[in-house]
Write a protein that binds this ligand. Structure first.
Ligand code: IVH
Length: 680
């Protein structure tokens, strides 16, 4: 029996947390501290766990946790169209003429930024967010509801009244520059290729399987239209005002412009303003404000006749390529960076541009001394898009990519199928060794903050550490009094790092305390290429122990989900390396944790059993609940049927391939009631 007191508390907390969430993320008002909010959220989480009951708009869904192996496809209520583009004020004239005809005079327009992100449709039924769907082919898209629910400004339950019983709220999911930069830095740190621009990053994030990773990425949503069969207001602006009253966040970048001249003033204003926004836009959308005139003008097969996108040209500048630096990261990846003659571009001075990899340099045939065009489009890091051949110096020579590591002179290597050249000397190349130790002690890994600020460099220079295990055999007496003078090139200043008794004491304490770090963080701290923080946590939970992980095959690793073939290969290669085996055994002797803490299970009824789920269930969230039930009762989930599968849990319309595979391998096929009876 579940106590009704607990259910009442769940209902109360859900309402209260959603109210606070709305105030904070939509209205920018905080009534309580973040800490108090988290405490209430934790309480709700615990109650939901204890009772197995949650409200459909529970704020616990916002922190993620749901894992979707394959996104289901569904039809849009209204097709998702595109916009026709124009690139100049002259081209706009046609649009204005058509509007004038339809309006029989001057029109009122709504101007607003064209957000450079991924289109999304939010479906609300009886005031509840029931699904979020990507554009797809315009008719059908992918259901990404659990990922979208992590965006806190999107209401899960509407406020007020007067909303249609069924409607779609449309908008654009974007990733602000700050989150984009942070995410790319993490990718580079993990040895992954960075995303080229925030749009690609937003799109990649939206399609992640693990919604808790999505929650940490900082996506935002800009809403611009409400679509339903019932009319909501007479004007576009009025419709958005209504949406605001239902709890949607409607931004203040849009403006009602009366007549062509006000539209042109808006366009001119935003040609400058667009460079100051914290996110990328690639134009201005101009829409007729009156819904009656919109209806009168109608649609072409592809786009509305009552709206147009005025696109800003990406700004370009011509400058000289002075030299190319090669930087070696902690994973050994070598990145070429262009040093440019400083040039003004879209409001900033550009001195450097990434050249990504050797393929990019070859494709563009870039040579030192060339005049090159740099462009800043949606992305923040400028890129070189072309060489001005007519200005190429007569004595120019083709560019030779580095053959040897610029730091340790080892011959560079390139793995098949990868674009980056790598220095394979991971145990002898100084920036790799220091980088690995710095990563190991960093906050999200072992969190030994007493070792920051040049101290790793000092210990390395004095020959006291050559790998992370050396940290655990440091003795205080060999540290006291050590010093290193750092020359700060930029300012010509010097900085002295000297280890005094107090700081040595803190270092020793920090190292000792790090032995309590949970396995998932230790695994991340090891810095295996492509294994970032969240993936490390997932792998640690699945593998259970380091020993088990090091025995896993690439196929087994891929079954974990979110682990692709490249990542699996990287883990297997890492595990098969003798010096890594040795490193783990030294770290074990030092007392580090190499076992995941056991999650509390509801039962052990499914111990040792592997399940695959297929087909549709009463809702996508039901499907996820069933997966969780498998894991909470000791079972394992896999993504495809293999000889190791014990049960195939089938919903409606199960794919024929899975059924055939199950029948061939003699895997038992069960439905939801049969499964529920297994766990009682
Ligand atoms: S209105 C019926 N407003 O651009 C179409 N779209 O290239 C109504 N977009 O599909 C679209 N910012 O994904 C509109 N402020 C904005 C927009 C916007 C970005 C996207 C949207 C659209 C695409 C067309």
């Amino acid at each position: 029996m579940i106590s009704s007191g607990k259910i009442d508390r769940i209902k109360h907390l859900t309402k209260e947390l959603n109210r606070l969430n709305y105030l904070y993320y939509v209205q920018d008002v905080s009534e309580i501290t973040d800490y108090d909010f988290d405490m209430l959220l934790k309480e709700l989480e615990q109650l939901e766990k204890d009772t197995g009951y949650s409200e459909p708009d529970s704020p616990t869904q916002r922190v993620g946790g749901q894992v979707t192996k394959q996104f289901e496809s569904t039809a849009h209520l209204f097709p998702m169209l595109s916009l026709s583009n124009v690139y100049s004020v002259e081209e706009l004239a046609d649009f204005f003429t058509r509007c004038e005809k339809a309006a029989e005079g001057d029109s009122e327009f709504i101007c607003e930024p064209k957000y450079d992100g991924v289109a999304i449709s939010l479906v609300y039924e009886n005031g509840l967010l029931t699904r979020a769907v990507t554009r797809g082919d315009g008719q059908k898209g992918d259901v990404v509801t659990s990922n979208v629910k992590t965006i806190r400004s999107i209401p899960m339950r509407l406020m007020g009244s007067g909303y249609p019983q069924l409607f779609e709220m449309r908008g654009e999911i974007i990733l602000p520059f700050a989150s984009f930069e942070k995410m790319n830095q993490e990718r580079l740190d993990n040895g992954d290729d960075p995303f080229a621009n925030p749009r690609n990053a937003a799109s990649g994030t939206l399609k992640l399987q693990d919604s808790s990773v999505v929650a940490a990425r900082g996506l935002e949503c800009m809403l611009y239209v409400c679509m339903s069969d019932e009319p909501v207001a007479d004007t576009h602006a009025g419709m958005l005002e209504k949406a605001r009253s239902w709890g949607f966040k409607i931004n203040n970048y849009m403006r009602i412009c009366r007549g062509v001249s006000e539209v042109e003033a808006y366009l001119n204003e935003w040609a400058e303003k667009k460079n100051t926004l914290p996110f990328a836009i690639d134009g201005t959308v101009i829409k007729i404000n009156s819904i009656a005139i919109q209806d009168k003008m109608g649609f072409t097969a592809k786009s509305p006749r009552w709206a147009v996108a005025y696109k800003y040209k990406a700004e370009q500048a011509l400058t000289k390529l002075l030299s190319v630096d090669f930087q070696v990261g902690r994973t050994g990846v070598v990145t070429p960076v262009a040093n440019l003659e400083p040039v003004q571009l879209a409001g900033t001075t550009v001195k450097r541009a990434t050249l990504h990899n050797a393929d990019v340099i070859n494709q563009l045939d870039i040579r030192v001394g060339d005049s090159v065009y740099v462009e800043k489009g949606g992305e923040i890091i400028p890129k070189i898009i072309a060489v001005e051949q007519s200005l190429r110096p007569a004595d120019s020579v083709p560019f030779n990519y580095a053959t040897y590591c610029p730091e340790c002179r080892t011959l560079l290597q390139r793995n098949e199928g990868e674009s980056a050249w790598m220095c394979p000397n991971d145990e002898g190349c100084p920036p790799q060794i220091k980088g690995k130790i710095e990563h190991f002690i960093s906050r999200k890994a072992m969190n030994i903050d007493s070792l920051g600020e040049g101290k790793v460099e000092l210990l390395y220079d004095k020959g006291l550490v050559r790998d992370v295990a050396d940290l655990y055999s440091l003795r205080p007496e060999s540290l006291i009094g050590l010093e290193k003078i750092f020359q700060d090139d930029a300012m010509g200043k010097t900085r002295v790092v000297r280890l005094q008794e107090k700081s040595v004491e803190n270092i020793m304490k920090g190292i000792a305390a790090s032995k309590e770090t949970p396995f998932e963080k230790v695994l991340f701290a090891l810095g295996i290429r492509h294994v970032g923080e969240t993936l490390a946590a997932k792998i640690a939970r699945n593998a259970g122990t380091m020993d088990a992980l090091m025995q896993m095959s690439a196929e087994e690793l891929v079954q974990i989900g979110d682990v692709g073939e490249v990542i699996a290969r990287s883990i297997v290669d890492w595990s098969n390396n003798l010096s890594h085996m040795n490193l783990i055994s030294r770290l074990k002797s030092a007392g580090l944790r190499f076992e995941a803490e056991k999650e509390e299970l509801l039962s052990e009824k499914l111990n040792g059993l592997t399940f695959v789920i297929s087909g549709t269930f009463s809702s996508p969230s039901r499907r996820n609940e069933l997966k969780e039930l498998v894991e909470k009762n000791g079972g394992k989930m896999a993504s495809s049927v293999s000889a190791k599968t014990n049960y195939l849990l089938a919903g409606e319309n199960m794919g024929p391939a899975k059924r055939q595979a199950a029948e061939k391998l003699g895997v038992k096929i069960i439905d939801e009631p049969e499964f529920l009876s297994m766990i009682g």
